[in-house]
Design a protein around this ligand. Sequence first.
Ligand code: NDP
Length: 324
Amino acid sequence: MQALILEQQDGKTLAAIKPLDESALPEGDVTVDIDWSSLNYKDALAITGKGKIIRNFPMVPGIDFAGTVRKSEDPRFHAGQTVLLTGWGVGENHWGGLAGMARVKGDWLVPMPQGLDGRKAMIIGTAGFTAMLCVMALEEGGVRPESGEVVVTGASGGVGSTAVALLHKLGYQVAAVSGRESTHAYLKRLGASRILGRDEFADSRPLEKQLWAGAIDTVGDKVLAKVLAQMNYGGCVAACGLAGGFALPTTVMPFILRNVRLQGVDSVMTPAARRKEAWERLVRDLPADFYEQSATEIALADAPKFAEAIINNTAQGRTLVKVK
Ligand code: NDP
C-alpha cells in the first residue's frame, strides 16, 4: 500500500508518499482498507509542520477515514463491513487515514450510517461532524430558527461551510463571516443570507449592539471576542476552532449582563452515542447538493500541496482525498 509518511529532520517536518507493508501498522483489533480520507485544518498543521500536532515520528497523518473492514478481532465488526472514523487521536498519535490501510481499536470505529457511503462520509469528515456537534450545541442552548440570526465565522472553511449548509436547511437565517470576497457566491449558494467581512471583527468593545441569537465560531481570538460582545440576551455561542488564534481577548460582560452561554465543542473524544446521533442528523439534515458544492477531490499524492493551501487560506470547503 501507499502511505503519506511524515518524518522530522533538523526540526522540520518532511512529507512523502512511500510504500508501506501491512505488517508495519500499529497494534489494534480492526484492520481497515481505506477508500477515502480528507484534509482538515489539523491535518494541514500536521503535514506542513506549522502546528505541534505530532510528537512521535514517523507518523501517518489523517484524522479521519472511511473504508472497508479487512479483518477484525472485535466481534462488533466483520470483514467487508463499511466503516468510518474521526478523531480519537488517530493521525496525531496513532497512524491515520492518509494510507491504503489503518489498524485501529474497534471502539473508535462507526459503522457506516445508512444513507451514506465512504465518499460522502469523508466530504463531511471531521469538519462536518464538528459542524453538526456545534448545531446540536446551539439547539441544546435553546437557539431556534425563530430566535434570530445565527452567525458563522471562518464560513468558507470545512466546519464553516457545513455549518452554513446545515443551519440554512434547518430554517435559520445565517450570516457568514469570511475574510475572502472570492467565496461570497459559494457562501450564498450554501444558504448564507448575508456575508460580513472578517475585518469588521477586528476590534470590539465589551458589549456592542445585540445582533445574534446564536453563533458557531471556528476562528477564536478577536473574532470570537467580537461575536460574544454582539450576542443577544440569552444567546449561545458554540466555539470549536482557532484558525485565527487560540487567544480570547474578552471580558465577563456578555456572560454576566447578557446571560450569554459559551459552549465549547470537541469532536475528538465525543462519546459513541453522541457520535451516532450526530451522524444520523448529518444524513438527515445536510442538503444533497452540499456534496457537490463543497468538495474538492484530490489524490493522496497531492495532500501536501493542499495542506499548504489550507494553511494559506486559499482552500474552500472540504478537501476530499481519494486513497484507492
Ligand atoms: P479550514 O481551513 O477549512 O477553515 C478555516 C477557515 O477559517 C478558513 O476557511 C477561513 O475562512 C478562516 N481563517 C483562516 N485563517 C484565518 C485567520 N488567520 N483569521 C481568521 N480567520 C481565518 O479549517 P476547518 O474548517 O477544518 O477547521 C476550522 C477550525 O476548527 C480549526 O481551527 C480547526 O482546528 C477547528 N476544528 C476543531 C475541531 C474540534 O473538535 N474542536 C474539529 C474540527 C476543526 P474564510 O476564508 O471564510 O474567512
